[in-house]
Ligand binder design. Structure first.
Ligand code: F2R
Ligand code: MG
Ligand code: MG
Length: 317
């Protein structure tokens, strides 16, 4: 059993970790791999750390889980839609805004996912927002998989989009269960994820990730694992960034940015797992203090922790 303070810190770490990773990676998106010095100089000169759609949607997931005390598809879609309508400039992927407009026109929430891409989207949009699901269901893996799939269905109904979200949620959950500072075994961590994941595309990438441990050649890592917007080209990459730099939130997130490509999203997902492992204390103070809406995100994380306690009968309603 983890002590109460550490568990609370892990809830906050997973959500703040998403926000900080996203904000650190934003601005480097779509470009070639970067050298560390360039990234650190840009970050030092940046004022407020603004987050993008990744965190905006992660907030929506947490808001809905807290309001409905669990997953409610129509409610979560309403929250995504109204959050998007309030701040459409957060750099959303092409698909979700089209789906939100269809929802406003009366399409049922669970049919939207098929409407834009043939077979549904396999973009990383469902995985990038999933940290609250990994946190709330970190000790109930059956529900974690079910809620990861159902919450993905709203916008990402392709099996690879759903599986990417479930894998990312599970990586957060496994990180929750580990004592930070204890010797981290990357091989054992990746093996657990390989046993969990149901799609060969992810299993193969995770096997490659095992072989890349100790490598620092960013072109080789991006080439082997991917750094694109597709869930299968970014979720295993984020897991690798965490697993290969588990003792340091900063190093895990900076590796994600150094890879280039979909930097905000890979850094958001690596940040979520790292925050879930180290707790919020692992997030560098100078990054944490600059995160936009930090207090609100922390409040949500604390409410999610309260909900987890109530669901386990550890706190009266
Ligand atoms: N939108 C961006 N970045 C672009 C520029 C941002 C700029 N800085 C700004 O401020 O404006 N990033 C965000 O989008 C990604 C998440 O996207 P999501 O939500 O998955 O969108 P979508 O449209 O569902 O899928 C994304 C792409 O994946 C490919 N794709 C998906 N399913 C497909 C299918 N069945 N067949 C073919 N292609 C498929 C398409 O290329 C989609 O465009 C994150 O990076 C987030 O940060
Ligand atoms: Mg983004
Ligand atoms: Mg992105």
């Amino acid at each position: 059993m983890l002590p109460d303070d550490l568990l609370r810190s892990k809830f906050v770490g997973a959500l703040i970790g998403t926000g900080v990773g996203d904000a650190v990676g934003a601005g480097f998106e779509g470009l070639a791999p970067f050298d560390l010095q360039t990234i650190e100089t840009v970050l030092e000169e940046r004022g407020v750390f603004r987050y993008t759609d990744d965190t905006h949607m992660m907030i929506g997931v947490a808001e809905s889980l807290v309001a409905k005390e669990g997953f409610d598809g129509a409610h979560m879609t309403e929250v995504f839609t109204s959050n998007y309508e309030a701040e459409p400039w957060r750099g959303y992927g092409p698909g979700p805004p089209l789906l939100f407009r269809m929802f406003r026109r009366g399409e049922p929430w669970d049919r939207l996912g098929e409407k834009v891409y043939h077979g549904g989207s396999y973009g990383n949009g469902a995985a990038m927002r999933i940290a609250p699901v990994g946190a709330l269901y970190h000790d109930d893996i059956e529900s974690l998989r079910e809620v990861a799939y159902s919450s993905s269905q709203i916008t990402h109904s392709h099996e690879l989009g759903k599986e990417g979200a479930a894998l990312q949620a599970y990586a957060v959950a496994v990180a929750f269960g580990m004592q930070p500072g204890s010797s981290f075994d990357a091989e054992a961590f990746l093996s657990k994820l390989i046993d969990f994941v149901q799609h060969t595309a992810y299993r193969e990438k995770l096997l490659r990730a095992k072989k890349l441990m100790g490598v620092d050649d960013v072109s080789l890592i991006a080439g082997e694992l991917g750094h694109g917007v597709e869930a299968f080209n970014s979720v295993p990459t984020a897991i690798y960034c965490f697993a290969s730099r588990a003792s340091s939130f900063k190093d895990a997130v900076l590796l994600a940015v150094r890879l280039g490509g979909d930097t905000d999203t890979i850094a958001a997902m690596a940040g979520a797992i790292s925050g879930a492992y180290l707790g919020v204390e692992g997030v560098p103070e100078r990054w944490y203090s600059k995160l936009e809406n930090r207090v609100y995100i922390e409040e949500l994380a604390n409410k999610l922790y309260g909900l987890w306690l109530r669901k386990r009968g550890l706190l009266s309603p």
